[in-house]
Structures are given as C-alpha cells and as structure tokens.
Design a protein around this ligand. Structure first.
Ligand SMILES: Nc1ncnc2c1ncn2[C@@H]1O[C@H](COP(=O)(O)OP(=O)(O)OP(=O)(O)O)[C@@H](O)[C@H]1O
Length: 607
C-alpha cells in the first residue's frame, strides 16, 4: 500500500542555507556533526563493519553540501574493481527498492532518500511527458492561431514552445533574460483556457522564492495588460504566484506538507517559474503532489546557477533536446510552421523541452547582452577584452568595469544607493521606497571574507554615514535568512525598515502588489541587504548591478555565477575586479554528481 508521502519514512537532512565559501571556510566546523555520528551509529548495526563503507556514508552526506546527489565509490576505493562487491556485502547498502541507509544504483552510491527522490522524479516526469488525454492537433492549432495570430513567415520560437507545451502534460520552456518566457506562458495559458471548456481550468502559478513569486505575478500582470487578447479570456488567467512551499502547504515545526500523493493539489495546470532554483527534493515533492491528469510547465534559464541545495535538476531536465520525425510533423500542424532542423532527442524528455534564444530585452548590440553571450559561450578572452575596454564606473554606460582600491568600490556602491536614500528621507510611500531600492544592487559571490557581502554591507553603511551601530534604523534594507511559515516570510525576502506613526516597521512587497509591515522585533534571522550574494539574487532583477568578482581561485568563481550576476541587470552592469578573475570564472564549469540525466537518457548509458 502506498504511504501518504513516499518520502516520509526517511530521515530529513538539513540542507545548506547558502554555499559554504570561500574554500578555506569549508573546514570541518562548517559541516554538520551528524555524518560521523550517523555513520558510527548505523555502522554499529551492521553485522560486519567496514570502515570504508561507513566513510562513504559520511561522504554521501557531505556530498550533499557540495550539491552532489550521489558519488562514485570506485574512485574512492583502494581496489576499484572490488568496490561494488564490498558494498553489496555491507548491511548498510541496498539495491534500488530495498530498505537500507545507502543505495547502490547503477554503480552510483546514494543516501536512500535522495535515490528515491531522483528515481521517482524521473519516473513521474517521464510518465507525464506525453500528450494529454484527448489531445487534438487541429484544435490545438486553432487555439494557437487565436492567441498568437496566424503563423508569420519567419520561424517563431515562442509559438513552437507554446505548441510543444500544449502537446504534452509535462513541458519545459528555458530561455535567458527577456527571451519571452512570461509572454509565451501567458499566451499558452490563454490557449489552455480556450481548449479547456467547462468547468473552467484551475491554473496555478508558483516559484521557489517569495521574490521570484512576486516578480512572476508582476510580469504576468504586465503581459495580461499588453497582449491583444479578448478581456474575457485574459480575466480567466491567474496573475498571482505563490511560493512552492506555500503551495504544498508546508506545516510549521517539521510537520511535513499538507499536499502529497495521498492528498494531491487542487489544480489542473501548474506553472513554475525560476525552475533552475528548485532543488531535487522540492521538485520531487511537488511532482508527487500533482493530480494524475494535471499539467506541469517549468520555466527557467538552464544556464543560471543551480539551486543551492543538492542536485542540478533543471539543466539535467533540459539536456538532450531534440525531435523525432512524428513529433516534428505534429508540431508543424499545431504551429503552421516547420520546426527548424535539429538533432534527434538524446533524452526521453528531450521532445518536451523548448529553448527560447532571442532576447527581446537585450538587442544584438546591447553591451549586457553581448557580455552575457560571451560568458555563456565560454569565451573568456572576449569577456576579459570587453571588460578591459569598458569605461570606468560613474557614467551612464550599460557596461563599465573597475578594479581599484576598496575605498573606490565603497564610493561606487554608496553612490548607487543615494537616490534610494533620498526616497527614504523624503518619506516616500513604502511601495515607492521598495521600488527605488530595486533599481540598484551590489552582488558578490561570497558571504564572508574580503568583498564578501557581510563586509561590503558594513563598508557601504559606513560610506553612506548610516547609523550601523544601531541594530535597526530607517532605510536599513534587510534580507530574511530563514523561512518563517507562520509570518509568511521566506529565505531571501527583502524588506525595508521605515518610520511609521507606530514606530519603526519592516516593509515587504507582497505578490499582489501591496505592501505589508511588521515590527522589526518579529523579523526572523536577517542581514543587511545593500550587498547580497549572487545566489540570493536569483529570481530578481535590478536596473543597475554592481557585480563584485570573486578572486580567480575561488570555487565560486564559475561561469554560471558570473552569468547569473550579469543577467540580473536590466540597464547597466559594472563589473568590479581583476579581468583575469573574470576570465577564470568563465572557464570554470563545475559539475555536480547526479544521476538524473543518466536516468533520462534515450539509451541508458554505462554507470
Ligand atoms: N515576441 C515578442 N515580440 C516583441 N516583444 C516581446 C516578445 N516577447 C516578449 N517581448 C517583450 O520582451 C520583454 C521580456 O519578455 P518576458 O517578460 O516575457 O521575458 P522573460 O523571458 O519572461 O523575461 P525575464 O524572466 O528575464 O524577466 C517584455 O517587455 C515583452 O513584452
């Protein structure tokens, strides 16, 4: 019999709140004390203890903190050829489907819980990656024509993406900033409503963080206002997104989730934005809680940073894209356009992935767009060249670069916040102050160390002559560090302390466009937010960004981190640091160990 929640019978592991960095900080103290104890306790249960297997158990837990879901035991054995047989002899290790702390699956060793997350997620997504019941390409074509207009002469990637999502109960639309993901999904939802008939479809929008949910809501509202569609149709589209945790009904104090396979979500279509930020465990839970006939649509940018927690889920789901001949013909019918030539799918999900490549925000000659493209394609020389040729910060340039003294960095950072502080001092409405704060942001890779966000915040406060010695002052921006389900505040939410007639209050933007406030004494753990980590900035955009590069030898100096930082900027980015560090970051593409892509391969590969 199925348990209400497949994953409830396994111990939960605390996920890391943020990547641990710089490397020197990845000391034993940064690791939970649990692994060694767990290993010893569980090892004692095994009839014949093997210290190597116990070490692997500890390593599997530690690997999660590096973002890896599994590890390859052979590479950690004195005699790799004997590794599997030695593992099979241990009572700590089982095969998929067996009950054991560790699972050996196609030569990869997992903590049981994560092996289940991964296997079940792959199985469930594959089961959904097929046409919904009653799918009719001719009716779909009529709906596409209605929401997109008649097919244009030139190929339209958004039209193809929407058609592909109509034709499958599970679909992915990936694209960089401004490539039209929101536009496409708004039209797609309108087409679904048209095809849905009665009773009306229950569509829900969600995102991994409060900030991303608020942005998704705002973007969908803008698109609804802009798209030339009948008002009665637009009125049926949702425009308020919630966090995935709220959608699942997370229960306070470790009480699990209200929705799971035994009590599925009450919806027909779920659209998740910023899917690259969703980790393996959370996505597995969401998919488990979907009703059998519901549609799932993931939006995201596969080139952005992975989720902080373990797994590299979204890139793995997007890998191996391609079309079989019959799908190509079906999509030609639905779009009225011949899909461009491309490879056959290498992944069994490869036919449900659409990638939007044309940025409507950054034109071909936009400095941010060009820099982002060179980072994305790994052209380190071009990136270093662009930065070397860029003007110094201080002007109106879309791209500027600097590498000077700490005092110079502090001046630029402080200057970026002067307009915001003017709003605070004028006593502007909280919504206007929150909007002014979002016009500029300082992003850094690290939390600690020189040029880490903690130090940068203190230096910016000093440069702005803010009363940083007082714990709370009007104009202090704060970023919440942990989820508080009772208050409805989540890790990464940003608020601003402002004076009110009732005293100092922390103000937070709400997904519906409103602003709520609460006493600073009630705030969950939080930090100052003039500078924030690139990880925390995912799902947000700012008019101008000051991107402080990590040193070239930092493990966080990666292509995805640099790309994510630069693409947070709508109008201007200033890159601060050594161009050699920029080149090094572009060349560093770390891989995370995960079996998801292997499970999805058309021909399962060797272990
Ligand atoms: N086909 C199109 N033709 C003209 N303008 C478009 C088209 N698609 C999108 N746009 C415009 O480009 C801008 C970005 O679109 P949209 O918000 O849909 O992209 P996005 O990929 O969701 O962006 P992001 O997630 O980075 O905010 C919007 O102003 C939108 O109106």
């Amino acid at each position: 019999m199925m348990t209400p929640d497949l994953f409830d019978d396994l111990p939960d592991l605390p996920p890391p709140a943020e990547p641990v960095a710089p490397p020197a900080a990845i000391a034993p103290t940064a690791m939970p004390r649990l692994p060694g104890h767990l290993a010893a306790a569980l090892g004692a249960l095994a009839p014949q203890r093997d210290s190597w297997v116990e070490q692997l158990l500890a390593d599997c837990v530690r690997a999660l903190y590096d973002g890896d879901v599994c590890l390859h035991p052979g590479s950690r054995a004195d005699r790799p050829a004997d590794a599997e047989s030695r593992l099979r002899a241990s009572a700590l290790v089982g095969a998929p489907g067996e009950v054991a702390p560790l699972i050996l699956d196609h030569g990869w060793l997992y903590l049981a819980r994560y092996q289940q997350f991964e296997q079940r997620l792959a199985e469930q997504l594959l089961a959904r990656a097929r046409p919904p019941a009653g799918f009719d390409p001719q009716r779909a074509r009529a709906a596409i024509d209605h929401v997109f207009g008649p097919p244009p002469a030139a190929h339209d990637g958004q039209r193809l993406a929407a058609a592909s999502a109509l034709a499958s109960s599970f679909a992915i639309i990936s694209g960089g900033p401004g490539t039209g993901k929101t536009t496409t999904v708004t039209r797609l939802m309108a087409a679904l409503v048209e095809l849905g008939g009665q009773p009306p479809l229950r569509l829900r929008l969600a995102a991994p963080t409060g900030k991303a949910a608020a942005r998704m809501s705002e973007s969908i509202r803008q698109q609804k206002a802009r798209l030339p569609l009948p008002p009665a149709l637009l009125a049926q589209l949702p425009d308020s997104a919630q966090t995935l945790h709220r959608l699942l009904g997370v229960q306070p104090n470790g009480g699990g989730f209200r929705h799971h396979a035994g009590r599925p979500l009450d919806l027909d279509v779920l659209v998740i934005d910023e899917a690259s930020m969703v980790d393996l465990a959370l996505l597995a839970r969401v998919v488990d809680a979907l009703p059998p006939d519901a549609r799932l649509i993931l939006l995201g940018d596969k080139d952005q940073l992975d989720a902080v927690e373990a797994g590299s889920v979204f890139p793995a789901l997007c890998a191996g894209r391609g079309l079989e001949a019959d799908t190509r013909a079906m999509l030609a019918t639905v779009t009225g356009q011949t899909p461009p030539d491309g490879p056959l799918p290498a992944s069994r999900l490869g036919q449900v992935v659409a990638v939007l490549t044309h940025s409507h925000r950054f034109g071909a000659d936009s400095a941010i767009g060009q820099l982002a493209r060179d980072i994305h394609t790994g052209n380190g020389e071009a990136v270093a060249g662009r930065l070397a040729a860029a003007p110094a910060p201080g002007g109106d340039d879309a791209l500027s670069a600097g590498n000077g003294t700490p005092a110079a960095l502090e001046r630029i950072a402080a200057d970026g916040y002067r307009a915001y502080l003017a709003c605070v001092h004028h006593g502007d409405e909280p919504a206007a102050v929150l909007a002014a704060f979002d016009r500029f942001r300082v992003l850094s890779a690290h939390r600690d160390g020189p040029d880490g966000v903690t130090q940068l915040n203190a230096r910016i406060e000093r440069a702005l002559h803010l009363p940083a010695d007082r714990p709370q002052y009007p104009g202090r921006p704060v970023i919440v560090r942990e989820n508080d389900y009772a208050l409805g505040l989540f890790n990464g939410d940003i608020g601003i302390l402002l004076d009110t007639p009732a005293g100092l209050r922390a103000h937070f933007a709400e997904a519906d466009g409103g602003v709520r406030h609460l006493s600073p004494a009630r705030l969950p753990a939080h930090d100052t937010a003039f500078a924030m980590t690139v990880h925390k900035s995912q799902g947000s955009e700012f008019d101008r960004v000051l991107c402080v590069l990590p040193p070239a030898d930092s493990p966080l100096a990666t292509r995805a981190l640099f790309y994510t930082a630069v693409t947070r900027a709508r109008h201007a980015v200033c890159v601060w640091g050594d161009p050699a560090a920029a080149r090094a970051a572009v060349m560093q593409v770390p891989t995370r160990q995960s079996g998801l892509a292997r499970r999805l391969q058309v021909t399962p590969g060797p272990a």
